[in-house]
Design a protein around this ligand. Sequence first.
Ligand SMILES: *[C@@H]1O[C@H](CO)[C@@H](O)[C@H](O)[C@H]1NC(C)=O
Ligand SMILES: *[C@@H]1O[C@H](CO)[C@@H](O)[C@H](O)[C@H]1NC(C)=O
Ligand SMILES: *[C@@H]1O[C@H](CO)[C@@H](O)[C@H](O)[C@H]1NC(C)=O
Ligand SMILES: *[C@@H]1O[C@H](CO)[C@@H](O)[C@H](O)[C@H]1NC(C)=O
Ligand SMILES: *[C@@H]1O[C@H](CO)[C@@H](O)[C@H](O)[C@H]1NC(C)=O
Ligand SMILES: *[C@@H]1O[C@H](CO)[C@@H](O)[C@H](O)[C@H]1NC(C)=O
Ligand SMILES: *[C@@H]1O[C@H](CO)[C@@H](O)[C@H](O)[C@H]1NC(C)=O
Length: 534
Amino acid sequence: MFSAWFDTFSPFFNNRAIISLFLFRIINPSALMLLQHDAFYTQHNLSMRNFVLNVSKSVIVDYISSPEVGFLRSISAPFASSKTKLVFRFMQQDNIEPSTNQSYGSLLRNLTFIKKFASGIIVPKSYIWPVDSSYYLLPSTSVVSDAHKVGLEVFASDFVNDAQLSFNYSYDPVAEYLNFIDNGDFSVDGVISDFPITPSEAIDCFAHLGRNASKQADLLIITKNGASGDYPGCTDLAYSKAIVDGADVIDCPVQMTKDGIPICLQSINLFDSTNVVQSSFSNLATTIPEIQAGTGIFTFTLTWSEIQTLKPSISSPQAKDYNLFRNPNLKNAGKFVTLSDFLATAKNAISLSGVLISIENAAYLAKEQGLSVTDAVLSALSKAGYDKLTTPKVMIQSSNSSVLKKVNIAGTYELVYRVDESIRDALNATVEDIKSFAHSVVVDMSSVFPTDINFITGSTDVVTKLQSFKLPVYVETFSNEFTSQPWDFFSDATVQINTFYMESGLNGVVTDFPKTSARYRRKLRPTVPFCSMD
Ligand SMILES: *[C@@H]1O[C@H](CO)[C@@H](O)[C@H](O)[C@H]1NC(C)=O
Ligand SMILES: *[C@@H]1O[C@H](CO)[C@@H](O)[C@H](O)[C@H]1NC(C)=O
Ligand SMILES: *[C@@H]1O[C@H](CO)[C@@H](O)[C@H](O)[C@H]1NC(C)=O
Ligand SMILES: *[C@@H]1O[C@H](CO)[C@@H](O)[C@H](O)[C@H]1NC(C)=O
Ligand SMILES: *[C@@H]1O[C@H](CO)[C@@H](O)[C@H](O)[C@H]1NC(C)=O
Ligand SMILES: *[C@@H]1O[C@H](CO)[C@@H](O)[C@H](O)[C@H]1NC(C)=O
Ligand SMILES: *[C@@H]1O[C@H](CO)[C@@H](O)[C@H](O)[C@H]1NC(C)=O
């Protein structure tokens, strides 16, 4: 007849509670909230008032909320001397509150009236941070401070991890909660969420954590095409954002232009990250089976100055199947960069510990196009002085061991072997072989936690095996969109990173959203189990 939702609050292996109330000041809250729709029951000749009064004789009810003024007023006298708090719940602004016949929007301008019978309000999150029609955040309203001024607590509702968030949050639900509780201006007193683990982390581990908080986790953060979750990959903007966001290593997937210039671009096929299809070069599409199935316009078909006439385009890996796009307002922003530009940017960024240059298709380029990408990379590195620097460290990555052997000059660079298929195990002989040409290894996520129909089915010992041969292991690719994660992680990228870090002991993450990993690494308050790194 009524629904009460307890906050179970055991963040890690918690079932997905339907609704849960979080109280910030309490580390282990166990509050009971009754959410009431009295008019509906009255139509069925049932008295919610009698029921609530009866229940409260045997159970401590912390909060009773209702979207009906009449109901809350009818119980305010009996509850006046109890600890139970009455909370008025706002529905959509244009809905009519049945007992006053006023819209919720007009009641919002009349908070002193609400205060007469309630000690708090529940408002949909858009009452506080409205979004525009394209899902970008507008400036916050004054609802929280207005309510606090008249002594009302404020609870924000409608938080869901597996739905489109405002683009300003970069698909990171923790960022959304932090915007409600740690924005430098105001904080709500509680939230109502379908995914209680996420506000629990936000509050206990990340709120009021300064950008300069010290690192708690020994975890290398390597970008995937820069901060390509926010900007077109491998552009000046993607790299500068990655540096600001706290990445340790920015990456340049090197591609060659027709005139032999090494540039950074996520793919050798310009279809994937530029508007070449809409350009005057669109008739240059060809099929090269040695590179990929299907057609493409390849970087070595155009000169650098021709490529510069194109626009970068953001890559949205979750758009095709799930319609989740990345930052549409800035989907063509930024400039393409050469490897030399990239090296110069990295050299000036004191927060970076390294650069990662990845080389693929070297054999094809040498044989069929007469372009030596390895020579081009080594020459750019030495021109930029990296052959004599110790920081930033240079990592050169390839899935082809011949490439790594070729660039192995005097042990100057960290050679990273990328395993380009999902593996379940690694034989000692195989690992010993890898050890003979590489210093570290990149594997994909399913080589650590295999999945089936988007659920994790177990774990491998690939990471520990490689580490036992003193090969650090980096795992790719950590993304924020909930559709990129197995359901086991509650649609929360931070839970995913935490699980990999705590369970597999990986050495680094490769991510297109470095900000989320960088915040994870700074999480505080080791007394809270979830936040502890032990
Ligand atoms: C409620 O009670 C009234 C009067 O006794 C009756 O006419 C009506 O059918 C009842 N409604 C329901 C849903 O039981
Ligand atoms: C009041 O609650 C008790 C259990 O706590 C129940 O046995 C009783 O039937 C209820 N009375 C009414 C009138 O609902
Ligand atoms: C506030 O709402 C109450 C109840 O509807 C109404 O009586 C009162 O006039 C309103 N006050 C203002 C300032 O709108
Ligand atoms: C509620 O307000 C509307 C418009 O302001 C009015 O037409 C309607 O009669 C009112 N209903 C009641 C029950 O007061
Ligand atoms: C959200 O992002 C848009 C586009 O980048 C920006 O114009 C806007 O100011 C941001 N909103 C807030 C509240 O920061
Ligand atoms: C790796 O590179 C070598 C030499 O550059 C080439 O002969 C070989 O075919 C490449 N292997 C693959 C799988 O591309
Ligand atoms: C594989 O190597 C590990 C670490 O060197 C060693 O402990 C283990 O016994 C080896 N396993 C086999 C089957 O040789």
